[in-house]
Design a protein around this ligand. Structure first.
Ligand code: SF4
Ligand code: SF4
Length: 319
């Protein structure tokens, strides 16, 4: 289903999963010691996104131009590529990301790591085997596995198999979600196998949501309301504080009113982190919404005073 005027977000949703990172020994993505799995593909394209690798819905190519020096290596990559995406240049090669077929022929021939893969397809048994190496730590620390991204629910069929396999082995499961998913499928395939959901809330105004995330917020807010009413597991809202976008006075006051209206007692604030700005160039223009991402101005970390002002508006100000 797509909302009026919006192109549906489509990516492969089958028994194999497309991930771009696996982070072990994480203590930030839920209780205890955890492994966090980063899924590729997201229906939103937020201008401040700090996981640009997660935005692309296919296995993609990273090229770090600062590491590439053709005179040093003799450019062995050029003869490996049959897709026409690597071309000679004066100091470094030139890359046309959109042509990459991810045949993976070039990576092992790049001595500097300037060319690198982003994302690989995995069978669920293969992923379970890797993750369950740490099962003793999960069980002794009250930890488990967190699915993040990108947006894990963009690969609902694979996510179902993964979560079902984890629950069958007694592993705690958490999901970090942008909230833009088909609720009926989610309720049937995903919810029964989750212990905890981190649910991002960003913008209360629909036009602002379209402008800054590429999507209406209607489905996100409806899904949050239904989950908050129906789910028997904790639903933890999180609000990324983005200067000039989500941290605006009107937005925070409306978000606070929304949470109170639905009797949500607490939520996490995620102050702006400028790390997102540095990796965009590695992906070329293949990222959906790359134009919007490129328009968000770079700035420093949000200060404690700025974050405190946001908390005051959210929790104490009234419309
Ligand atoms: S992965 Fe294959 S298609 Fe892509 S740049 Fe490397 S050799 Fe070319
Ligand atoms: S991408 Fe790697 S192999 Fe190709 S020219 Fe640059 S440094 Fe050499």
């Amino acid at each position: 289903m797509s909302l009026e005027g919006e192109a549906p977000f489509v990516m492969d949703d089958g028994p194999k999963g497309l991930l771009f990172d696996i982070k072990r020994n994480s203590s930030e993505d839920g209780p205890g010691i955890r492994t966090t799995l980063f899924f590729k593909g997201c229906p939103l394209s937020c201008s401040w996104c700090h996981n640009l690798e997660g935005l692309a819905s296919r296995a993609s190519l990273l090229f770090e131009v600062g590491r590439c020096r053709t005179e040093r290596c003799g450019a062995p990559c050029l003869s490996r590529c049959e897709s026409g995406c690597l071309m000679p240049g004066e100091v470094s090669i030139q890359v046309q990301h959109a042509r990459c077929a991810r045949c993976d022929a070039c990576f092992s021939h790049c001595p500097s790591g300037a060319l690198r893969p982003s994302g690989w397809w995995m069978e669920v048994d293969e992923l379970l085997e890797r993750v369950l190496i740490d099962a003793p730590f999960f069980l002794s620390s009250g930890g488990g596995v967190t699915c993040s991204g990108g947006e894990p629910t963009a690969q609902m069929a694979f996510l179902h198999l993964l979560l079902r396999g984890l629950k069958a082995r007694g592993i705690h499961t958490a999901l970090e979600s942008c909230g833009h998913f088909d609720y009926d499928r989610f309720q049937h395939l995903i919810l029964p196998y989750l212990d905890l959901i981190y649910f991002d809330l960003k913008l209360m105004d629909e036009a602002e949501s379209r402008r800054h995330t590429g999507r209406s917020n209607r489905r996100i807010l409806d899904n949050f309301i239904r989950l908050n009413q129906e789910a028997t597991i904790p639903i933890r809202p999180r609000i990324p504080l983005i200067p000039g976008i989500t941290d605006r006075r009107e937005n925070l006051i409306q978000l606070g009113a929304f949470l109170r209206r639905h009797q949500v007692g607490n939520c996490s604030l995620l102050p702006y982190n400028p790390m997102s700005r540095d990796r965009g160039a590695l992906f070329g223009s293949e990222i959906p919404g790359a134009g919007r991402v490129a328009r968000y101005p770079s700035r420093g970390y949000m200060t404690a005073e700025e974050a405190q002002r946001c908390a005051e508006l959210l929790f104490n100000a009234r419309p």
